[in-house]
Ligand binder design. Structure first.
Ligand SMILES: *Cc1c(COP(=O)(O)O)cnc(C)c1O
Length: 337
């Protein structure tokens, strides 16, 4: 029972079967029918002109940042943003840009924060050219942006000539939790990356969305990074399968997350828990417990969770966690004192 991350999912038998039957070709020549279909479906769903299948969400984000910026530019994002804290310094390495991290709330920033962080047109200052948002916010405990705030941030970007990128690794979780649509997001963002390798259950892959001119350039950068893949259709087919079969069920993960949260909050040793909005729980433990002790206790029960700091534990729900596993986990939590 692996609750460490929704990246631990393994392809279902039906997904594997889809892979075996996938029509394939050389995607570097844009001749892989399965990749082309996945890209077409995603761009249609978001109402965006074009899409690009990438090996990982990190590569999708890094390509987008590289295309939207020039070396020496400044990128505004939350201090908890994946693009800033979990991509190996990629913004500096790949784009030669620097980051203006904003404190924000649970990984989310406001239009007012963004506006205040834009540098004036002054030779002393880096040119601000891009804003990156993350929805849901991973380090923010899977929380979801308020749609009106996103529209306000877009207005600030338009006024100041900034591009707006969305790290939508778990965007489908946010759409289900908030009732917004993919098309709404497609209208507001210059580019969006969506992971297939998280709760959607694919072994790998991410799709980057944007305008035709943006994606043309993104395809060039993907090649430069070594991300041009040949018969990638075997993998892209898992994405098509996941769009058809694994999106709606993300709501089950949200229900499971709330059930486990309720059991935890009955325990006096569980301290502050970030509001549980989707499939991620982040909470503090104290009393006789540390995150490591908590993790090791559950591990002996066959339940794996992650100690993500000296005070916090993370539990993530996903496709491979069944209702029975949730019940067993709740029972195990109740044995802790
Ligand atoms: C997982 C994740 C990514 C991309 O991760 P990869 O493992 O490179 O696919 C990007 N952003 C967020 C918020 C994530 O959680």
């Amino acid at each position: 029972m692996d609750f460490r991350s929704d990246t631990f999912t393994k392809p279902t038998p039906a997904m594997l079967e889809t892979m075996l039957k996938a029509p394939i070709g050389d995607d570097v020549f844009s001749e892989d029918p399965s990749v082309n279909e996945l890209e077409a479906r995603m761009s249609a769903l978001f109402g965006m002109e074009a899409a690009l299948y990438c090996p990982s969400g990190t590569m999708s984000n890094q390509i987008a940042i590289k295309v939207h910026t020039q070396p020496g530019d400044e990128v505004i994002c939350s201090s908890l943003a994946h693009v800033y804290i979990y991509e190996g310094g990629g913004i500096a390495f790949n784009a030669g840009a620097q980051v203006r991290p904003l404190e924000g709330d649970r990984g989310m920033i406001t239009a007012a924060d963004v506006e205040a962080a834009i540098n004036p047109d002054d030779v002393h200052k880096a040119r601000t050219s891009l804003v990156c948002l993350e929805n849901t916010s991973n380090r923010g405990g899977g929380c979801c942006y308020n749609w009106e705030e996103i529209e306000k941030i877009k207005a600030v970007c338009t006024e100041h000539g900034l591009k707006l990128h969305l790290d939508g690794a778990r965007l489908f979780n946010a759409l289900l939790a908030t009732g917004q649509t993919a098309a709404q997001y497609g209208q507001v963002f210059d580019s969006i990356s969506v992971c297939l390798n998280k709760g959607l259950g694919c072994p790998m892959g991410s799709v980057l969305l944007g305008s035709k001119t943006f994606i043309k350039e993104a395809r060039r950068v993907r090649k430069k990074l070594g991300g041009g893949m040949r018969q990638a259709g075997f993998m892209a087919a898992t994405g098509i399968y996941a769009l058809e079969h694994h999106v709606e069920r993300l709501a089950d993960d949200h229900t499971h997350a709330k059930m486990i949260a309720a059991a935890l909050l009955e325990q006096t040793f569980v301290g502050h828990m970030l509001p549980v909005e989707t499939n991620i729980l982040i909470f503090e433990v104290h009393g006789g417990w540390t995150p490591v002790k908590f993790r090791d206790y559950l591990e002996r029960e066959g339940i794996r969770v992650m100690a993500i700091s000296t005070t916090q534990v993370r539990i993530v729900l996903h496709l491979d966690i069944t209702p029975e596993m949730v019940e067993k986990t709740i029972a195990a939590i109740r044995t802790m004192a």
